[in-house]
Ligand binder design. Structure first.
Ligand code: MG
Length: 358
């Protein structure tokens, strides 16, 4: 039996901003663009959440929900450096660390550097060390697989630890609302409910074939997880840093119309990959390779997610016409999204979720 801990920082970006500026303590803090911009909320303090403010809603809506909210511009370099500190703490416990985003990771502590057999003790130690070193709180979920550990970390937020033991798992899963199951997003949740599946106990009554019939191969996964079965390993390979696509032309070209069309089709391809993986990015890079193989690139970073294809297209063209000398033939064009967000979906088993809602 494995021992897995899922560690999730509490309202990470907002908590960092409050740490940096203690006058924000106890106030509704919204990290994002200006309340008048079309940007979205990156994070909200627990005080702001009481008003219904949460990540990914437009800043203007956040302002309407909570007029007294204090808007803070995100400081991603700072979040990223704190994230490195936290990861170092994880690695002091085990080599098997799988980061899901800047503030979240799975740890397989079945074997650990402290030869500690009680995972809950390690979770307490991790929480304590994070607080001592960063003055920030984290919540931990402890269980025997990734799915249950992730659910558990959410159960006692903030600054909580929740353990799901093998003997407690069935009861826990049967009462779990269907939207809380791993891989069940809004669209699947609606579909499940239309089939009469509201809680784990409803899902439990379905056989594997019927679930596969209705949901594709991910249906088999739902069959397993409601039984507490999730054999995914904690995968310590590096997380994806960017999502890109490039095209080497059959013939070098300096025809601006041709190149512009190429950018449009690259954006199409990127958009498909992005939706398939449920990834959002905040920066866009355009790369060009001249006929003499010289490579140039240009990146632009935004405070809000680049999610509109039209927007990505116009940024890509703008960057392209800045980086290209307008005279020399090109042999390759590429575009990539960076500063990715992986909060919404685990990195692993991508093929399993290829057919999930996008
Ligand atoms: Mg978090």
């Amino acid at each position: 039996m494995k021992k897995i801990i899922h560690v999730d920082m509490d309202a990470f970006y907002a908590s960092v901003e409050i740490r940096e500026n203690p006058s924000l303590l106890g106030k509704p803090v919204v990290v994002g663009g200006s309340p008048n911009s079309r940007g979205v909320v990156c994070a909200a303090s627990y005080e702001a959440r009481k008003y219904g403010v949460r990540s990914a809603i437009p800043c203007s809506l956040a302002k309407r929900l909570c007029p007294e909210a204090i808007f803070v511009y995100p400081n991603f370099p700072l979040y990223s450096s704190i994230s490195q500190e936290i990861r170092a703490i994880f690695h002091s416990v085990t080599d098997l660390v799988e980061p899901l985003s800047l503030d979240e990771a799975y740890l397989d502590v079945t074997c650990n550097h402290f030869q500690e057999s009680i995972a809950t003790k390690l979770a307490e130690q991790i929480q304590r060390t994070i607080f001592q070193e960063t003055n920030l709180t984290a919540s931990c979920g402890v269980s025997y697989n990734k799915f249950l550990a992730k659910i558990a970390s959410d159960w006692r937020k903030p600054n909580g630890i929740f353990v799901i033991r093998p003997k407690d798992a069935p009861k826990f899963l049967l009462e779990l609302p269907i939207g809380k199951f791993y891989g069940v997003g809004k669209v699947t949740e609606t579909k499940m409910k239309s089939l009469g599946i509201h809680k784990g106990k409803d899902l439990y009554l379905w056989n594997r074939d019927d679930l596969v019939f209705h949901f594709g191969k991910v249906g088999a996964f739902y069959y397993d997880i409601v039984r507490g079965v999730d054999n995914r390993n904690v995968n310590p390979t590096r997380e994806r840093k960017s999502l890109g696509i490039e095209d080497t032309f059959s013939q070098d070209s300096k025809d601006a119309n041709f190149l512009e069309t190429k950018i449009e089709s690259l954006v199409d391809g990127l958009e498909q990959r992005r939706l398939k993986r449920d990834i959002r990015g905040r920066s866009l890079t355009v790369k060009i390779k001249y006929s003499n193989f010289t490579v140039k690139s240009m990146t632009r970073t935004y405070t809000s997610w680049l999610e509109q294809k039209e927007e990505i297209t116009s940024i890509a063209k703008d960057l392209f016409f800045q980086v290209w000398d307008h005279a020399t033939s090109l042999r390759l064009l590429g575009i990539a999204l960076g500063n990715l967000d992986r909060d919404n979906q685990d990195e692993d088993s991508p093929s399993l979720f290829d057919q999930m809602e996008v």
